[in-house]
Write a protein that binds this ligand. Sequence first.
Ligand code: NAD
Length: 504
Amino acid sequence: MTAALTHQDWLALAGKIDIATGLFIDGAYRPAVAGETFDCVNPATGELIAVMAKGQAADIDAAVASGLAAWRDGRWAKLAPRQRADILQKWADRIEAYQNELALLETLDMGKPISDVLNIDLPEVLKTIRYFAECIDKIEGAVTHTDPSAIHLITHEPMGVVAAITPWNYPMLMSVWKLAPILAAGNCVVLKPSEQAPLTCTRLAQLFVDAGGPAGVFNVVNGFGAQAGKALALHMDVAKITFTGSTAVGKLLMGYAGQSNMKRVALETGGKSPQIFMPDLYDFDAAVDRAVGGIFDNAGQVCNAGSRLLVHRSIHDRFVARFVERAQAMYRPGDPLDPATTMGPVASQAHRQGVMTKVQLACEQGATMVLPTPDTQRPLAVHQGGAFVPLTLFTHCTNTMSIVQEETFGPVASVQVFDTEAEAIALANDSIYGLAASVWTSDLKTAHRMVAALEAGVVWVNCFGDGDMTQPFGGYKQSGNSRDKHMDSLLSYMQTKSAWFYIG
Ligand code: NAD
C-alpha cells in the first residue's frame, strides 16, 4: 500500500517529524487552559518524543461546548446523508495520503512495529471509515401498521455530543471504531485518547477538518483518565459515553453516568480469551501457528488475545513443543522502526513492570515457564532502554492461578490440559471475562455444540482473530456491554423516535 521505506528512511523521518502537541478543539490546535503538559515517551528507547498539552476539566468543558454548538446549529447532523458520507470518504482519503506520518507517530508513541501499523492498523482504519460512510444512507426507519386514524413513524436520530475514551493498544483503530459510526450517525464527538498514546488522534481530527468536516464536530482532548476522562464522563451535556479500556475503568464510568445525567454507557473492556484445541485438529501446524499469533501479535496487547490455551491431553506435549519452536521462529523483537521487526516493546516501562510482576507471580504459584528460553532473551538485550517483554509461555497451569484469571496484556500465555469436551467448556467459561474464544476441531457437530456453550461475544472456529466490518465485536460478562463495528454499532449511536400523527 505504500512505497517500502527502509529502517534508515524511517529513522531519518523520525528525526524531523513535526508533532502537533496541542488539544484539538473547535477546528484548531490550542494549549490546555491551565497551561499544563505531560511527557510523551518512546517505549522502545525511553526517549522523550514530545511535551503534550494536558487537558483537564476546563478543556473538556470547552470541547463539549464546541461540540454542543455544532450539534445545535446542525452544521453536521442536518447535512444530507450523502454529504456526510462524502466528507467521511474524503477523510479516509486524507488519512491514506498521510499514512506514513501517522504510522511513524503511532510507532514512536506506543512501540508498535511500523510494518504492523502500515499493514494492519491503517488499512483497518480506512475500512472502518469507508464502511460507516457507506452505511449512512442505508439507515431506515419504519411506518407501522396501526389504527386508520393515525400514521406512525419510527425514526432513528443522532444523540448530540458523544464522548469517546480509548486505550493505547491500537490508538487510531480503537478510536476510529468509535469515531466513524458516531460521526456517520450525525453526532458530534469529544475524544479522550489514552495518555500513553496521544500523538495520532489530534492528527485524525485535523485531517477530518481538512477533508471538509465542520469545525467543532470532532474535538480531541489529550490528558489523564482521572482528570480529563472523568470530567468527560461526568459532563452534563454529553449524551453518551463510549469506552474501550479496562474493566476497572469501565465500572467507574457506569458510576459517573449515574452521578451525572444518566448518559448512555457503552463499554468494550477486558478479556482473557480461551482457545480450545480438540484432539482432532485437521491441520495441527496451522493451528499452532495461529495460537502463537493469537497471543504474541502486538506484544500481547490485544483485548481478545488468546492467552488461555486449553489443549487436549493427547496432543499436549506435541503442541507445546511446536508452539515453543514456532514462537521463536515467527517473532523478531527489535526496533519498531525497522520494517523487519515483528515484535516491539509493550507501551511503557510501567506496563512492562506490571507484566513482569504477573509473570513472577505465576512462577510462585507453581506454573512451569517453558518460554523464554535463553535464545529468546538474547535479542532483547540490545534494547535495554526499551520496555521489551520476552515471549512467555507457562504450562501446568490451573484455573486458580492469577495468570489464568487476570488479564496480563503482554506476550504471556498459559497452557491447561483437559480430557473431555465438558471439562474444556467448564475451564473456558470459568472467567469474569467473555470477550472472545476459539474452538479447533475437525468435527462440525463438536464445533457447533461448543460455540453454543462458550460464554463469549465472539467465537472463532478453526481460526483466530478473523473478521471484517460485518462482524459485531464485543463481549459477554465483564468484557463489556456493547458492540463495535457492524451496523449495530451505527444504530447504537442513534436513538429511536416514535412520531404518532393523528389524521382521523
Ligand atoms: P485503561 O482502562 O487504563 O484506559 C483506557 C482509557 O480510559 C484511557 O484513555 C484512560 O486515560 C481512561 N481512563 C482511565 N481512568 C479513567 C477514569 N477514572 N475516568 C475516565 N477515563 C479514565 O486501559 P488501557 O490500559 O489504556 O488499555 C488496556 C485495556 O483495554 C485492557 O483491559 C484491554 O483488554 C482493553 N481493551 C478492550 C478492547 C475491547 O474491544 N474489548 C479493545 C482494546 C483494549
